[in-house]
Design a protein around this ligand. Sequence first.
Ligand code: FES
Length: 267
Amino acid sequence: MFLEDCKVLENKQVFGTYYLMKLKGEKSINVAKAGQFYMLQCKGQGTILRRPISLHYINKSENILEFYYEVKGLGTKEFANLKEGDTLNIQGPLGNGFTTDIENKTIVVVGGGMGIAPTKLLIERLKENGNKVIYICGGRNKGALEIIKNINLEGIETYITTDDGSLGIKGNVTMPLRTLLEKGGIDGVYTCGPHKMLEFVGKTAQEFGVYCEVSLEERMACGVKACVGCSILTNEGMKKVCHDGPVFDSRIIIDINPKNPEPCGCK
Ligand code: FES
């Protein structure tokens, strides 16, 4: 875990309250994993706590860190006001990431809403190791999926869903996921998104006996295991999302109702 001051290279609105920020990083570039997050510093009044933001992408050759975030409160509003050339202190990478040190597997990556954030790096890491990736992404509407233009989906079998049908299939991500699982040949499902969606994805994967990793989006205060702000009850007792997660084997998440499928060899 590193603390570093980074220059803002770009910070733009993607759609509505969704923003993409690119920072010139240095120290953590070579160790960060898909699914990890950073605590970004706020300096404004009433925003003393850092904000946890999921890592969107790392461009190793140019030392660039990308963060896709949603403006929800004072802290993230402050981020949205940062301009090119400003400095932002970041702390990370934190937490664990998805299991990407696997080879020749077929993995379905499912991202919903802001949960699309870690999927850019995740897809790249899985592909680098010779895995076949199938991508499912969903959002409320076309605008909420604008970010996928920033993801390299060349050669990736992709399914897009929107709640209102303005892009792709009208419905939710579990529809194409179920079809793929019924066809067979899937070794694992990796997902990030709203809790309800994770529940559905986890349960669907488990119904087919397929290993599934879920990345939880939880409120955090310290981000470094020093408080209890992110504690959750699991089948293995209390866990801290910032330290034990945010990525978990779906079988230990209590409300995902585990049926204990065999791991695909991902663990
Ligand atoms: Fe403080 Fe996780 S946010 S322990």
